[in-house]
Design a protein around this ligand. Structure first.
Ligand SMILES: CCCCCCCCCCCCC/C=C/[C@@H](O)[C@H](COP(=O)(O)O)NC(=O)CCCCCCCCCCCCCCC
Ligand SMILES: Nc1ncnc2c1ncn2[C@@H]1O[C@H](COP(=O)(O)OP(=O)(O)O)[C@@H](O)[C@H]1O
Ligand SMILES: [Ca+2]
Length: 567
């Protein structure tokens, strides 16, 4: 619980028909119902005995952190002289002028499962002047919070998920932004990569305090590509060089979930709920996040923040793209299909284990709001900076720090964050961190369908999905993958061969369904987009971007702040 700090205002105000002691400090707005012995009531005859029964919450106080107040608005109280309870009071002219004033505070209220809601409470003041003082004091406090955005650039993908992006924004988010006094420039995208290209070249970013993305992980991916590219181009960084240190983006990104998986929203906020996301944007939260760059032969391919998956998740994505009309259910359909197909792929994975940092993929601790592991590792990496990167790369080449694994894999997954989502609330790598400068490399070797099902099922239960002989997991800063048939030829040629082979294989498999032959290549699923190359070089850039989020709050914090508290 936050300490109240220095008192700004303390008054006796009315909430519905009850008297409350209301106080405003630098950090808290608190209202406490008066324990009612005969009290002076400004709207009843002096020293009356209250007609309402003493409720059990008498003397109990509620408070809201100033940082979680959304806005305050003045109200015109019923000026006819009728009380809320229907009874009439005798009012003089002077009383009429003074008694009309009330103000409403809109604030964040925590609900179940990390959801936030906009709650409101109306305080009635005995005098208009006092009401004015309250409103302006609260507004001054809010204006002093510099982390809150005032101007936002909003991109809506009207075709993401169940095609509800526009409706979700207009009905649930825009009214909240308006109440919070945030001005917006809204762009409904007209084609894929519209938002990315607009951010990269067309827009004057200085006008905005943040970018909001209404859509799924694919839409978020467009936004980070636009922002990261723009930032690097403005700073003269060569995108094609895998060893370049990238410049962090200054604008924060907000995600209003309106896609199919929405794992980036789920893993950074704890729920896929547009109102909760809008409130995190309004209060000006900030959550740094790692980004992986993906290169092929010193050519930049893509960035990834959640899952880079070859084999199972690559095949699920490729298959599901043809079934977009099914909406989010396409992933389940293709998931079952690819599970039954049971393809494995041969190749070589080499990786640089993360050194000197704290945390392992098998930890019981989770990356939560204010994560100390992210803080510690982030500081370590930024202090060591480029030197660390250089030492790490050169050391490794001389002393063989790079480790190499050859084999047949059902799946090769790199999870830069937990990848928690409604399908798997603990995610692909439950102990992964949002901003620790590492990714968890998960290798699932060829095994029986039954064993693979056991592994998949563990994503939905408390059991450890890594505690299986055919699964291994490593926390890494960098890794490379080369498919077996790709060692010497250029990938361009191979891609051509590959598509030829695929056609031949699929023809053979169609003709001989029981032959057991498998395609040589899968594709990489990069945050829900298919990569054009299979041989890739991946490097983690610690805390390259920031989100309007705060990480998942601990249940204890959640409960503490929702419950009424004693002063
Ligand atoms: C048997 C149940 C097994 C459940 C296993 C669930 C594991 C789910 C892990 C999901 C990780 C998601 C990582 C995020 C990826 C997204 O970036 C990306 C794009 O998102 P967008 O559409 O919002 O733009 N999404 C995806 O790539 C979707 C991956 C979804 C995979 C679903 C797999 C379902 C597997 C079902 C197997 C069932 C076997 C049953 C046999 C009888
Ligand atoms: N106006 C548009 N028309 C078609 N595709 C678009 C449009 N805007 C964005 N896209 C693309 O749609 C794809 C899916 O978007 P996303 O919002 O992630 O939804 P989903 O979660 O359903 O995949 C992304 O690749 C994105 O680039
Ligand atoms: Ca990470």
């Amino acid at each position: 619980m936050e300490r109240p700090g220095r008192l700004v205002l303390l008054s006796e105000l009315r909430v519905r028909n009850s008297a409350y002691d209301v106080s405003l400090s630098r950090s808290l707005l608190t209202w406490k119902r008066r324990v009612s012995s005969p009290v002076y009531h400004p709207f009843r005859p002096r020293f009356c005995v209250p007609s309402f029964p003493r409720r059990p919450d008498s003397g109990v106080c509620q408070s809201v952190s100033v940082s979680e107040i959304i806005s305050v608005r003045e109200e015109e109280e019923n000026s006819s002289g009728q009380r809320d309870d229907g009874s009439w009071k005798k009012i003089t002219d002077r009383e009429e002028k003074d008694c009309r004033q009330a103000f409403t505070v809109l604030y964040v209220e925590r609900c179940r499962q990390h959801r936030w809601r906009c709650a409101e409470i109306t305080f009635t003041c005995p005098e208009g002047a006092l009401c004015q003082r309250w409103v302006s004091s609260i507004r001054d406090q809010l204006a002093a919070i510099t982390s809150r955005p005032k101007n936002l650039l909003v991109y809506i993908n009207p075709y993401g998920g169940k095609r509800q992006g526009k409706r979700i924004y207009e009905q649930k988010v825009a009214p909240l932004f308006a109440q919070a006094g945030i001005s917006t420039d809204v762009i409904v995208t007209e084609y894929a990569n519209h938002a990315r290209d607009h951010l990269r070249t067309d827009v004057e970013l200085k006008k905005f305090d943040g970018v909001v993305c209404v859509g799924g992980d694919g839409m978020f991916s467009e936004i980070i590509h636009g922002l990261i590219w723009r930032t690097q181009l403005d700073s003269g960084v060569d995108l094609n060089c895998a060893d370049e240190t990238l410049v962090p983006c200054s604008l924060r990104i907000g995600i209003i979930p309106a896609g199919s998986t929405d794992c980036i929203c789920f893993a950074t906020v704890g729920t896929n709920d547009p109102v909760t996301s809008a409130l995190h944007i309004i209060v000006g939260d900030s959550q740094p996040m790692d980004v992986c760059s993906v290169h092929h032969n010193n050519t930049f391919l893509r960035y990834s923040v959640s899952l880079l998956g070859y084999g199972f998740y690559g095949d699920v994505l490729t298959d599901s793209e043809r079934k977009r009309w099914m909406g989010p259910a396409r992933y389940d359909f293709s998931g079952v299909k690819m599970f039954l197909t049971h393809h494995y792929y041969e190749g070589t994975v080499s990786y640089l284990p993360a050194r000197g940092i704290i945390g392992t993929p098998r930890d019981a601790t989770r990356c939560l709001s204010g994560c100390v592991i992210c803080h510690h590792n982030g500081q370590l990496l930024s202090e060591r900076g480029e030197q660390y990167e250089m030492d790490e790369a050169s050391d490794s080449e001389s002393d063989g720090e790079w480790r190499t694994i050859r084999g047949k894999f059902l799946a090769i997954n790199a999870a830069s964050m937990s990848c928690a989502c409604p399908r798997s609330p603990k995610g692909l790598s439950p102990a992964a961190h949002l901003a620790d400068g590492t990714t968890d490399l998960i290798l699932v070797r060829k095994c029986s369908r039954f064993s693979f099902l056991r592994h998949l099922l563990r994503h939905t239960s408390k059991d450890d999905q890594f505690d299986l002989t055919f699964v291994e997991v490593h926390r890494v800063r960098r890794f490379r993958f080369t498919p077996r048939y790709c060692q010497s030829d250029s990938d361009l040629e191979l891609d051509l061969q590959e598509s030829g082979k695929r056609q031949i294989f699929s023809q053979i498999c169609r003709d001989h369904p029981a032959c057991g032959c498998a395609p040589a290549y899968s594709s990489w699923n990069c945050d829900g987009e298919i990569l054009t190359h299979t041989a890739i070089d991946v490097r983690v850039h610690c805390q390259l971007i920031k989100l309007f989020a705060r990480g998942i709050e601990e249940p204890a914090v959640f409960e503490d702040l929702t419950n009424p508290c004693a002063i």
